[in-house]
Design a protein around this ligand. Structure first.
Ligand SMILES: Nc1ncnc2c1ncn2[C@@H]1O[C@H](COP(=O)(O)OP(=O)(O)OP(=O)(O)O)[C@@H](O)[C@H]1O
Length: 282
């Protein structure tokens, strides 16, 4: 689907953001692209969609060079950018135009998604709130029935019920023919729906793996603070003690439900250590 090989890119001549970036999305899934502010997630997604051009290396999108923006690659891809701009059209009028670019676009699906997301199809999108605009673009992206949907910070601006609906729709729509790539620094918003996880840090993909493999090597466990084991990879306060992410071997009551925020903290602190704990078990 998307392959990046030895990609180099920087916005300024002497400041490379990526010098040797490798990244692969092949199997269907709900990919979570996580990284700190400024890690380069948006840049990476724009490169994948052919909206920015690499200075070196190769990027392929559905078998074509991404920068060419070939219609046969683009009609398999929906892209919801972080900073959205909508025209002064209703959702119905906008979809009638955009739908023409996607062979599998379904107006019936659009109506259903608009209803589920509680958005008015007849109202001018420009007069909507940020969250409502985002939900319009989400409904259009889902109704396009493309093989891949890239979403950059999709939960920014969504209220709590909308975030829940967002997670529900994605879980329902992801199947063997359809992948979602969600970039976010709001890790809790995508807890329990993303799999696999990709973590970008210091210009590199420092971790890519599925949740099953992660929980073969790591587990969550509760400790009294004074008994926190030195092998703990990350932890946070919990009632009466701390919840920690630890190697599975040492977790007394180890649960499989990995807290994504603690996992993210552990990887950004020491990706090599996390990988060796997981690879040692898988
Ligand atoms: N148009 C631009 N011109 C110059 N520098 C830019 C531009 N866009 C982004 N950058 C820089 O590139 C780096 C990566 O930015 P990017 O937006 O890709 O990060 P991000 O991981 O998506 O961050 P966030 O989580 O805050 O959205 C940052 O240091 C940013 O300042």
């Amino acid at each position: 689907m998307i392959h990046m090989n030895k990609v180099a890119f920087g916005y300024k001549k002497n400041a490379q953001l990526f010098s040797n970036l490798d990244f692969d999305i092949g199997e269907p899934g709900i990919y979570g692209l996580l990284g700190k502010n400024g890690a380069g997630k948006t840049t990476m997604l724009k490169l994948a969609a052919g909206l920015l051009f690499p200075h070196g290396g190769n990027i392929s999108l559905f078998g074509r060079q991404a920068a060419i923006r070939h219609p046969e690659a683009l009609n398999k891809l929906s892209f919801i950018p972080e900073e959205i701009a909508v025209p002064g059209l209703s959702l119905d009028a906008y979809s009638a135009i955009v739908g023409g670019f996607y062979p599998d676009f379904s107006f019936q699906d659009l109506k259903r998604f608009a209803e589920e997301l509680e958005i008015e199809r007849g109202e001018s999108m420009r007069r909507m709130s940020l969250g409502q605009k985002k939900k319009c673009l989400l409904a259009v992206a889902l109704a396009s029935n493309t093989e891949a949907v890239i979403m950059d910070e999709p939960t920014n601006g969504l209220d709590i019920p909308s975030k829940q609906k967002f997670r529900q729709l994605l879980a329902e729509q992801a199947d063997a023919h359809r992948s979602f790539i969600i970039s976010t620094h709001q890790v809790r918003d995508v807890q329990n729906i993303i799999d696999p996880v990709i973590i970008l840090d210091n210009g590199e993909v420092v971790f890519q793996g599925d949740m099953g493999t992660i929980s073969e090597g790591l587990a969550m466990a509760w400790y009294e603070e004074k008994h926190l084991p030195e092998q703990a990879l990350s932890w946070q306060p919990a009632v009466g003690g701390v919840t920690a992410l630890v190697p599975r071997d040492i977790a007394p009551d180890g649960s499989d439900d990995i807290d994504l925020e603690l996992f993210f903290q552990a990887v950004t602190a020491n990706a090599g250590l996390v990988r060796s704990n997981i690879e040692g078990r898988s």
